[in-house]
Design a protein around this ligand. Structure first.
Ligand code: NAD
Length: 360
């Protein structure tokens, strides 16, 4: 297969962890005889330094030509006081919009070697393996009217939550498709006892479910879901929900894995004519200026993003499983970075990347 990938290392530890992720990608391509076409672009603070803008037109062009984008992280402390539209983080919105991703996938799995790092009891976390699918392009973060109005007797603020049938339908389909390839269970999360947007959400989900009789569907109200995620996280296979609920629940899911450095994420758009799903893959963490340049960032979030890229964009399940198994093996060996609190001397970012390559 031809793996046509744009790499955007970004800022801070983004460059360090992406370096290891690319190393893993090269090993996979070599072992399974895929042709790897890698191009690199600028995004975030480094792009501002070199071109004056966080999302240069060259990067936009490269992103449109690629099948999938592998990203590090963006953000540099020197830009902290800059207005939002000029900051490195604006590059993230630019790239997401350019490639038209509409669903954010957060795989959450527990690793035996990290059970002690989770704030939950071992028996609750051991065996957790779920994907939270969050609608990314609509809902209250984008709805209008919005604003703070100072013209009345007191200041008043407004946000609008709005969804169309088709916005709900496409993300619901993604949830069902993912569930079909896993344990065939989909949980749709809404607040249909209070919100009209959620009532429409539930109607769409029930309608689409008729096309997926092999997938077991259940509905949870978002408040109950927040509770179930810590009470019995193992019950979940795939969760699908709207933008703001997903934003909150995916961070709750994140703590199950132990360290923020462990978490991959994927943002998926349309299926291309060549059968590949457009996708943007990145670790959940930021550029971590406090540890940048010290070769001590945990690269598992970035390497897990490579596994997600292989599976979701290219359908290479065997290769993805091999990357996940290799990570598990390295974790079990105890050769991990400082954030995972190993018993002996912590490994460097590069040493962990190398160990994963060897394990593959
Ligand atoms: P952060 O995720 O960068 O760091 C939070 C804490 O977690 C830090 O103590 C850091 O050292 C630690 N950490 C993060 N990733 C780690 C890893 N892989 N290994 C070991 N430790 C790790 O969040 P922050 O400090 O709030 O933000 C720093 C910058 O990153 C800001 O400019 C922010 O806007 C940006 N940011 C970018 C993204 C993104 O690119 N998607 C996401 C979040 C934050």
């Amino acid at each position: 297969m031809n793996l046509n990938i744009l790499v955007l290392p970004g800022d801070g530890i983004g460059t360090e962890v992406t370096g290891e992720a690319v190393r893993v990608l090269r090993v996979v391509a070599e072992k399974w005889k895929h042709q790897l076409t890698l191009r690199e672009g600028l995004l975030g603070g480094i792009a501002i330094h070199k071109t004056g803008t966080p999302f240069p037109s060259d990067t936009e062009k490269l992103a449109l030509e690629a099948d999938a984008v592998l990203m590090g992280a963006v953000g540099l402390p020197e830009f902290d006081e800059w207005p939002p539209e000029k900051r490195p983080e604006r590059g993230l919105l630019g790239i997401r919009k350019t490639i038209g991703v509409y669903a954010n996938l957060r795989p959450v799995r527990s690793y035996k070697a990290l059970l002690e790092s989770s704030p939950l009891k071992n028996h609750l976390v051991d065996g957790v393996d779920m994907i939270i699918v969050r609608e990314l392009n609509s809902g209250i973060y984008y709805g209008t009217p919005r604003g703070i109005y100072e013209d009345g007797p007191e200041p008043r603020a407004v946000n609008t939550m709005a969804y169309t049938w088709s916005e709900i339908e496409r993300v619901t389909r993604m949830g069902f498709e993912l569930a079909r390839k896993r344990r065939k269970k989909l949980t749709s999360v809404d607040k249909s006892n209070v919100l009209e947007t959620s009532q429409l959400w539930r109607r769409v989900v029930v309608e689409i479910a008729k096309e997926y009789p092999d997938v077991a569907l259940d509905h949870l109200l978002v408040d109950n879901c927040a509770m179930q995620l810590v009470l019995s996280p193992k019950r979940f296979d795939v969760l699908v929900t709207e933008n703001m609920f997903g934003d909150i629940l995916s961070d709750e899911g994140a703590i199950l894995a132990g360290s923020i450095g462990m978490l991959p994420s994927a943002s998926i758009g349309a299926k291309k004519p060549n059968g590949v799903w457009t996708g943007l893959y990145e670790p959940v963490h930021g550029s971590a200026p406090d540890i940048a340049g010290q070769n001590k960032a945990n690269p598992f979030g970035a390497i897990g993003s490579v596994a997600a890229l292989l599976e979701y964009s290219f359908g290479l399940n065997e290769e993805a499983a091999a990357v996940n198994r290799a990570m598990e093996q390295v974790l079990a060996s105890g050769r991990v970075t400082a954030d995972l609190k190993p018993a002996g001397t912590p490994a460097t970012t590069e040493q962990v990347g190398e160990a994963v390559c060897q394990a593959i």
